[in-house]
Structures are given as structure tokens and as C-alpha cells.
Design a binder for this molecule. Structure first.
Ligand code: UDX
Length: 438
């Protein structure tokens, strides 16, 4: 059954969700206050680098099933369901800033004159959904005929389209059988493919999302703490991760040691969870998250200091090559990028930092040079840092680069390079999480 859906907010989450819902056969209008972005999306183009998104936008803006607007009057009484896919950035003290959600509701609600379902997808502190429902009902002519549901997303950047079209689970936080039925209609395609579904109350749905993020972050910080242990005691963290990962209860994913986690979601979402836990007096959780964050920050500082040490202790005026700027491979997103934190640290220590990334563009003000190629970055450098594990960096020829670099020292911050091949080409390879520094 085809439904009419609006998706409010068209950044990573909203644009992908809107395109995905059109692919599921629904009629979709995406809404954003950004006139330029709406124009780009209506032309079937993507304003972000996300694999598979542009073809979907192209396909469905052409089929007429998907369009974008800045005008709330076009969606208000048109849509059966309004999705809220707005950002919830870090506010003061790390609490989630809900202002985008509030202003979207303040624009939409006064126009709602018939019953509809409003479905939250944004990551929010537990308790938010009910407060938003009160706000909508107070402002909307349709009043109590409007109901809220919460349907968090778990999409990973670089796999956002895949995760939207083939989710590994669906969470339906609902207050009524009718809302549940509507969500089941919307997701009838993944539901026929036996996608596991959890039906729950609003609070559980909100918490599921933050718990998933906090658990993933904990896994990464755990392996990074073990990597320090390996370094101190003479072990190899990659082999350790492989071995414990074979235990089905543990699993190998998210056990890659290195520079730690970054991006627009995990860091801010776990901070917001810690703040909310404190508000509710659940200090065991906020303490746990504080440790996870401290380990994560520590990896960045440690790596920058290790780079300075390996470059001779004083990096003033020395050229340093940084490979990778995005917070992970497969995306041009540089929000809270571990690689850029290290690059900043080095630039502030006086180094002449040259950064190469296959996709990410750096803002001018950052105090380092963006190189157009790996060779440009590496040429004459006193040390090379591998900080975001783009697959193409694993294909680099150490022999060829050895001929243009200043000093043949490479620091692998992601433990993904073939150390032996680099050593055979005469490089000193320094890996965090391995005691052996060769
Ligand atoms: C994350 C969650 O995975 C997703 O479910 C949620 O909806 C949004 O936040 P994303 O921000 O795209 O998605 O990044 P993710 O793939 O989870 O990686 C997060 C960070 O952890 C990256 O910086 C990555 O490099 C790092 N990471 C990941 C590690 O350091 N080690 C690992 O083993 C895995």
C-alpha cells in the first residue's frame, strides 16, 4: 500500500530516508529550510558523498515519487505520516540540542488539521518523544488526533542507503495498534524479508538507539585500552582481537584498535546519554561513558605525541604527511575526525602538516595544507601518518614513496597497512597497539 510520507530534515539521515521510502514505493516529500540543498536534491543530486544515494535520488525525482520543498503547507495535510529526521547536535554541557526538532514542530503543527502520525527518527534523550507529542497537540488544530511514534535509525555513513533499504532490525516505539499498523505498512518490504522487529514503548525505543551507540563506543574503547596493554606488555592487539572475536558472544566487529571513534554521531550521542543519565541519577552509566570517552580522547593525544617523538622530538618547520582526513573511510564527513585532531595537534606544535584524503575537503582555516595527491603530501616529509584507513592506502607502493619521502618512517594509526611490505622497502613502521616498533 502506497502511503504519503513527509520527511522533515534532509541531511545524511533525512535525505537517505526520503530516498529509501520512495524506493519502498511510497510518495515522499522531503522538507528542509535550506533553499540551496532543496534545489540540489530536486535536481536528483546529492549534497553529500554517500554511496548509492545519488542514483536513488535521480531515480525517484524522475519517477515523480520524490520531491523536496521548503514549504510546510505542501506537506501538512497532504501526508499520512510525518518523519522527523532532524539533527540533534551537542548543546551546552553536551546535552542534546533539540532546537531543530522544536522549530520543525512549531512550523508544522499549526498547519495540521487532520489526524496523522508523527514518527521520530532523530537520536534524542529518553523522554523527548512524549514532550514533543505534547507540543504538537498544543499547537495543532487537530490536537489529540495527532500521535507520535519513535522509529530510530541505525544507519552507518558510507552504508546509509544499504542500511535503510535492508535494515538489520526495525524498532517500532508506539502507543497504539494503529500506529504499529501504519509503521508495518511503511516497512512492508523489509518486513516481508523477515527483518527482526522490536515493538515497544516510546522510552524503550529512544533508549535502544542510544544504548546501541554507547555499546559500540565501549567496544572500541575496550580494544584501545587492550592495545595499550599490548604495547606495555609486548603483545599484538590485532591478533588478540581476532582471537577474542571468534567467540560468538564477543564478535570481531568494532574491535579494530587504533585512533578511536569520531564522526557526527557516536561522540555526541554518548555524551548526551551521559548527561541524561546524570539527570536521572544513573551515575553508573555516566561514569562508564566518561571512561569510554577518556580512552578515546587519549588515543588521539597519544598518537600525536608518538608522531612528534618519531619525528625527532621537535617538529617545528618539519613537513608531516597525514593520509586521511574523514572520520572513517567511505565518507567525506570530517565531523569530530580523529585524523584531524591529530593533524591540529601537530600543526599547533609547529609542524608543516600536509593532509591528503580521497574525498574530504578541508576548511581553509584549519592551519594545514590540503594535498591533491598522496605524492604531494608525502614528498619530502619527515614522517608519514596513516590515520584513516581508506582502502587505496593499502595499495600504496612503499618503494616508490620511499624515493620521494624525506625520512622513511610511517606511523600506522589504524593498524591496516602491511607492515612487512613497508619494512622490506626500508621503512621504519610504527604501529600503535603493538609493542614491536620496527
Ligand atoms: C554510528 C553507528 O554505527 C550507527 O549505527 C549510528 O546510527 C550512527 O553512528 P557512523 O557514525 O557512520 O555510525 O560510524 P561507525 O561506522 O559506527 O564508526 C564510528 C567510528 O568508530 C569511526 O570513526 C570509526 O573509524 C571508528 N571505529 C569503528 C573504530 O575505531 N574501530 C572499529 O572497530 C570500528
Amino acid at each position: 500500500m502506497t502511503l504519503r510520507l513527509s520527511v522533515i530534515g534532509t541531511n545524511y539521515l533525512g535525505a537517505t530516508h526520503a530516498a529509501g521510502m520512495a524506493e519502498f514505493g511510497h510518495d515522499v516529500i522531503g522538507v528542509d529550510i535550506d533553499v540551496q540543498r532543496v534545489k540540489v536534491l530536486n535536481a536528483g543530486q546529492s549534497h553529500i558523498f554517500e554511496i548509492g544515494l545519488e542514483p536513488l535520488l535521480e531515480k525517484h525525482t524522475a519517477s515523480g515519487r520524490l520531491r523536496f520543498t521548503t514549504d510546510y503547507t505542501e506537506i501538512a495535510d497532504w501526508a499520512d505520516v510525518h518523519f522527523l529526521a532532524l539533527g540533534t547536535p551537542s548543546g551546552p554541557g553536551g546535552a542534546a540540542d533539540l532546537s531543530q526538532l522544536h522549530s520543525a514542530i512549531d512550523s508544522l503543527a499549526p498547519l495540521l488539521t487532520r489526524p496523522c502520525l508523527v514518527v521520530g527518527k532523530s537520536t534524542v534523550p529518553v523522554g523527548t518523544a512524549l514532550k514533543l507529542q505534547e507540543r504538537i497537540r498544543r499547537l495543532a488544530p487537530a490536537g489529540d488526533a495527532i500521535e507520535i511514534a519513535w522509529n530510530p535509525e541505525f544507519l552507518r555513513e558510507a552504508y546509509a542507503v544499504e542500511d535503510t533499504l535492508r535494515p538489520d532490525r526495525l524498532v517500532f516505539g508506539v502507543q497504539s495498534a494503529r500506529a504499529l499498523e501504519t509503521l508495518q505498512q511503511i516497512y512492508s518490504i523489509p518486513l516481508t524479508e523477515s527483518t527482526p522487529t522490536v515493538e515497544c514503548d516510546l522510552a524503550t525505543a529512544e533508549l535502544i538507539k542510544t544504548a546501541a551507540n554507547a555499546f559500540l563506543a565501549t567496544k572500541i574503547s575496550f580494544i584501545n585500552a587492550m592495545s595499550q596493554m599490548c604495547q606495555a606488555a609486548g603483545g599484538d592487539v590485532t591478533l588478540l582481537a581476532d582471537a577474542i572475536g571468534y567467540d560468538k558472544r564477543i564478535g570481531r566487529e568494532f574491535l579494530n584498535a587504533g585512533l578511536g571513534f569520531g564522526g557526527g554521531c557516536l561522540p555526541k550521542d554518548i555524551r548526551a546519554l551521559a548527561v541524561r543519565a546524570d539527570e536521572l541519577g544513573v551515575e553508573v552509566l555516566s561514569d562508564l561513558i566518561a571512561s569510554v570517552e577518556a580512552i578515546n580522547e587519549g588515543q588521539r593525544t597519544e598518537l600525536a605525541e608518538l608522531a612528534i617523538e618519531q619525528a625527532g622530538g621537535d617538529v617545528h618547520g618539519k613537513k608531516i604527511a597525514v593520509l586521511g582526513a574523514s572520520f572513517k573511510p567511505g565518507t567525506d564527513d570530517i565531523r569530530n575526525s580523529p585524523a584531524l585532531t591529530v593533524a591540529h595537534h601537530l600543526a599547533q606544535s609547529g609542524a608543516d602538516v600536509h593532509v591528503y584524503d580521497p574525498q574530504a575537503r578541508l576548511p581553509e582555516r584549519d592551519g594545514f595544507t590540503q594535498s591533491g595527491t598522496v605524492d604531494e603530501a608525502v614528498s619530502g616529509a619527515a614522517i608519514v601518518l596513516h590515520l584513516t584507513e581508506w582502502p587505496e592506502f593499502r595499495q600504496l607502493d612503499p618503494k616508490r614513496l620511499g624515493a620521494i619521502v624525506g625520512t622513511k618512517v610511517i606511523l600506522d594509526g589504524r593498524l591496516k597497512l602491511n607492515a612487512k611490505a613497508w619494512q622490506q622497502a626500508g621503512w621504519k613502521v610504527v604501529q600503535i597497539g603493538r609493542a614491536l616498533t620496527m
